[in-house]
Design a protein around this ligand. Structure first.
Ligand code: PRP
Ligand code: URA
Length: 209
């Protein structure tokens, strides 16, 4: 599927296995989310435009490509997307962060929006939406809808675990959005949880269950 990339790498696979493990504690889980996100970021931004700059080395002047300042913005979907922010900031330390608050209704699994605060000028940035879990796709679609309504044109969605159903739904709703994930799992269960998955990402990150 065009614009859908499962980023496969032994390091990512290893860390996702540790994340899935029921015996992995909150501290370890939080660290793994950050580390996997940094690895995904490295790959997901390899198409970023660069500009030539002149650098003076101790020996001579040379031309080198660099990423223009303030090119990207980060938008985590609360709560679980928060756990991925530091992973992107490791590589893009000055990126501005917007927040979209959304939770799935327990009965219907339809996302309910409760918060939205986006940085000024976001419409001119490459925006990366963060959410470790892409299940039915409802939350990611709603987040992309909100960003497009604000005029954002270039959007990447970054997930750690995705369900085939969610990838298809997000891709069909927004074919221009680039989707990146660490793994595409088997399916959703009757409560729209991803199988084999890792359980509730928010609860595992914040220790709420
Ligand atoms: C989880 C997850 C995603 C959403 C994915 O959040 O972090 O945001 O579900 O499901 P979807 O693809 O079917 O929309 P949840 O609603 O549990 O909220 P939380 O992060 O506050 O726990
Ligand atoms: N949200 C989660 O945190 N986990 C799932 O498996 C599905 C949605």
């Amino acid at each position: 599927m065009k614009n859908v990339t499962v980023i496969s790498h032994p390091l990512i696979s290893h860390k996702v296995a540790l994340m899935r493990d029921i015996n992995t504690n909150t501290k370890q889980f939080r660290e793994l989310v950050e580390e996997v996100t940094t690895l995904l970021t490295y790959e997901a931004f390899k198409d970023l435009p660069t500009v030539p700059v002149t650098v003076t080395t101790p020996l001579e002047r040379t031309e080198q490509q660099m990423i223009a300042e303030n090119t990207i913005a980060i938008v985590p979907i609360l709560r679980a997307g928060l756990g991925m922010v530091n992973g992107v900031h490791t590589l893009f330390p000055t990126a501005k962060v917007g927040h979209i608050g959304m939770y799935r209704d327990e009965e219907t699994c339809i996302p309910q929006e409760y918060y939205c605060k986006l940085p000024q000028g976001i419409e001119n940035k490459v925006v990366v939406v963060l959410d470790p879990m892409l299940a039915t796709g409802g939350s990611a679609i709603a987040a992309v809808d909100m960003l497009k309504a604000r005029g954002v044109k270039s959007i990447k969605c970054m997930h750690i675990i995705a369900a085939p159903e969610g990838i298809e739904k997000l891709h069909n709703a927004h074919p221009d959005v680039q989707i990146y994930c660490a793994t595409c799992d088997r399916c959703l269960n009757e409560h729209s949880y991803i199988l084999p998955g890792l359980g509730d990402a928010g609860d595992r990150l914040f220790g709420t269950k």
